[in-house]
Every structure is written in structure tokens, then in C-alpha cells.
Design a protein around this ligand. Sequence first.
Ligand code: SF4
Length: 357
Amino acid sequence: MNATFPLAEFPDYRMSPDQIPETVCEILDDVSRQKLKKKIKRLLIEQNAIMVAHYYTDPDLQLLADETGGYVSDSLDMAKYGNESDSKTLVVCGVRFMGETAKILNPEKRILMPDLDAECSLDIGCPVDDFTAFCDEHPNHTVVVYANTSAEVKARADWMVTSGSAVDVVRHLKEQGEKIIWAPDKFLGEYVQEQTGAEMILWQGSCVVHEEFKALELQELRKKHPNAKVLVHPESPAQIIKQADFVSSTTGIINAAKEMDAMEFIVATDNGIFHKMQQAAPGKLFIEAPTAGKSATCKSCAHCPWMAMNSLTKLAHALENGAHEIFVDPDIIKKAIVPINRLMDFSKSPQQLAGDA
Ligand code: SF4
């Protein structure tokens, strides 16, 4: 590790348990589900709208996106897809920063979300005023932020990266002799630092889902499933990453499930991803990495409480009433598009990204 800073100098932006909402998933009987789906399908056509949904959202939403010609993916691909679509309205099923990124990339389109309270602990834990002061205290650093940040934080950054692109981008910057400010996820930052050897100052944010995976319990689970491969998202703590057979973004994890020979996988990321993994690799067994260790404070337990706020009922309401529209200040859009476009251009360059968002 090349940490060149005393961590104690920086505040810890980890959320306390009472700041984390309960994970509440919508439960519908089949008649209500079908009725809502029919209504949403009609509204999508009437309003020239298309659904884009994240892998962590409810399977009902992912299925509906697939059935209506929409798209299910990771955050960056969701925004890129919106850019390529002719639809006048994008309904983003995910969390707020995803809606904002879609707006930054598609300012002429109407962006609706099922619930504007669907946030992200990484975004909440990186308030723009604190982050700006942090950057100002460390001049002569290139500011690299993860996609899970507000439009305002992106507007302060030089680069935006995703979990699939972070290592490649930071390695490239290191080769250019750049010192880096990284925000907001400290575990992903530590992983990138370890992989690249870059000089990085890390913001102390974390994801409430991934930080709860438990190393000792994972060791025990691996003993019970000796043939299982361990797939880990790099927002997880280092002690979890150390036990991984494969560390990757959400898209990379789904592809690994399909391509690896193993029939059993232990998966350390939000369990919403299991829907796509089962579609991609039918017949294989997917086991949740353990979160319920002795020190667990998790209210979400491998399912993001904010992703769970997306539901068919709220989606129908948003479409019917034009509710929960995302607005981003045009001046912020002009600035925030710069670090996003840097990533887009880099991904087309000969450096070739190893994965995706
Ligand atoms: S799973 Fe973690 S990183 Fe993803 S939206 Fe939820 S809190 Fe944010």
C-alpha cells in the first residue's frame, strides 16, 4: 500500500445504523402485479418512454424493462443506453445519482425515477462542500470520483470512473506521474491503490451493503462449499477481496458466472444481482456471502435499502403523474459532463478497459 497520509486527519463518512433506512421490498399478489405491469406498459408507449433498470433492483422491474425493450445494466451503461435511445423520457429504476448521470448525458430528455428518496450511502457520504474543501486542501492532485456521487461532486472532479474502469484509469494517471484524490469509496480506493501502486488520498466513504460482508463467516462458508468460486465486488472490505477467486464490477460478476466452469458461486455484492446471474447461468447455484457476523450492524443485509425503494407501484405513479423528475442545474451539467466524457473517451482508447461499470 502506498498510503502517504494519516487517515485520522480525515472524517469518516460511514453511515451510522440509525441513518440507514430499513430495506422494504414491495410484495404483490399476482393479479396486482399483472395489473400494474399492464398499466406501466401502456404508459410507457403513450409517453414515448423507456425503462432503464439497475441489476440491484427488484426482479419485477428488471423483467419489465426487458419485456418493454428497455435495458438492465450497471450505472454507466444505463446512462449510455439512454443516450442512444430515441425515447423522449427515460425512467431510471435505481438510485438518484444514476438518474442524475442520465440527465447529464441526456439533458434534452425527461428523466423520471420511481422514488427520489432512493439514494446511496456513498453519495450521501460525500457532501459537495466538504469534498470541495478536501480537494482545495490537496492541490496538485488529480481528482478521481466514482460514479456513485452527486452531479455537484462530479462537477468538481477531473475524472469519473466506474468499478470496472477504476484500475485502468488510475494506472494510466500514475503513468502520467499524477497524484490522486479518490472519492468516495475507501474500500474500492484501497483496492485500486493496491492494484496500481498509485499515490492516492482516499475519502472515507463506504457502501452500507458491501461493508457488511464478514471475513470469518466467509471462510467458514467456503469450507462448507469447497467447490464454490468466490465472486466479489471491489466495494467490499480488503479481507473479503483477499478471499475472492474473481473481483469485478456487477457486469463482470454476471459474465464470470456464465463463463467460469464452476457450478457453485459465493457472491459478495447486492443480492438483487442474482436475478441476472440466474438468467445468465441457469442451473448454477448462487450463494450470498454472509453479512450476519457477530459485529453486524447491517439493516440492509446484502440488499440495498435505497434500491429496494424502487417498485412497480411507484413506477406507475411516476409515469402517470410525471412525478419524481430529475433536474440538474445546466451549469453543473456543463462541468459534470467533462469527467464523464474523459472516461468515455478513455474507454475507446487503446488502453482498453478490462471490464465495465
Ligand atoms: S448498494 Fe451500496 S453503492 Fe449501491 S446504491 Fe446501495 S448503498 Fe450505494
